[in-house]
Design a protein around this ligand. Structure first.
Ligand code: GRF
Length: 199
C-alpha cells in the first residue's frame, strides 16, 4: 500500500496539528484511483522557536524543525530555505496549521498546500477571522473553511466549509471554543477528501 506523506507547518499553539496527527496518522484512506493509501505524518516545521506546538510534536514523536523567518531578508529567501529543509521529506501535501506566513509562488509551485481558516470564507479573511466574524453585526453566522492555498491571502479553492450560527453564543470565548471544535472535526475530513481528489 502506498504511503501518503503529510508535512505540517505551524507557528503557535499547534492544537490542529495535534488533532490531525491523532485522528489521521496511520489511517487507511482511498486515493483518486480507488487504491488505498496509508497516511504518514513525516515531519513538521515551525517558524517560531517558542511555539507550543513544538512541545506537542515532541510528545507525539513527530520529528519537528525550527526555521526562523527572522534569519532571512525576504519571503522568497525564506521559502527557498523552507524548500531546502523539507526536500528529503517528499510530502504529498503540506498542511498549514496556524502558520502565520504568506507563502510565495516559489513554494506553492512545488507543493500542494492546504490551510484551515476560522471563518466562512470568503468572509472575514486575515489573521483575526474569529474576532472579526463574532463582531460583524451583518453576519448571523461564522464558520470554518479548509482550502487549497494559492497566492491570495485565505484564497484558493474550498475543500470543505461549514457554517456556525452565532446566536447561541453570548461571549467571544464560548464562540471561539465552538469554532475550534468545528476545526477539529472539519480539517481531518477535508484532508481525506483532498487525498481522494488529488492523490
Ligand atoms: C486556527 O484557528 C486556524 O484556523 C488558524 O490558526 C489557528 C491555529 O490554532 N489558521 P492552533 O495553533 O492549531 O491551535
Amino acid at each position: 500500500m502506498r504511503s501518503i506523506r503529510l508535512f505540517a507547518l505551524f507557528s503557535g499553539n499547534g492544537s490542529n496539528l495535534e488533532n490531525l496527527y491523532k485522528t489521521l496518522e496511520s489511517k487507511e484512506v482511498e486515493c483518486k484511483n480507488k487504491e488505498m493509501g496509508r497516511i504518514e505524518f513525516v515531519g513538521a516545521l515551525s517558524n517560531n522557536a517558542d511555539a507550543y506546538g513544538i512541545t506537542r510534536c515532541h510528545e507525539m514523536g513527530l520529528p519537528v524543525m525550527v526555521l526562523s523567518h527572522k534569519d532571512y531578508s525576504s519571503r522568497e529567501e525564506y521559502d527557498k530555505a523552507l524548500l531546502r529543509a523539507m526536500f528529503l521529506y517528499e510530502p504529498d501535501f503540506v498542511l498549514l496549521c496556524g502558520f502565520m506566513r504568506i507563502l510565495t509562488p516559489l513554494f506553492l509551485q512545488v507543493y500542494t498546500c492546504i490551510n484551515i481558516h476560522p471563518s466562512y470564507l470568503p468572509a472575514h479573511k486575515g489573521a483575526n477571522g474569529i474576532v472579526d466574524s463574532f463582531k460583524d453585526v451583518e453576519a448571523s453566522f461564522g464558520g470554518v473553511s479548509v482550502h487549497y492555498v494559492n497566492e491570495e491571502l485565505d484564497g484558493g479553492e474550498i475543500i470543505l466549509q461549514e457554517k456556525l450560527s452565532k446566536s447561541p453564543f453570548r461571549d467571544l470565548s464560548s464562540y471561539e471554543e465552538a469554532i475550534h471544535q468545528l476545526e477539529y472535526k472539519l480539517y481531518p475530513q477535508a484532508i481525506i477528501k483532498a487525498i481522494k481528489e488529488k492523490i
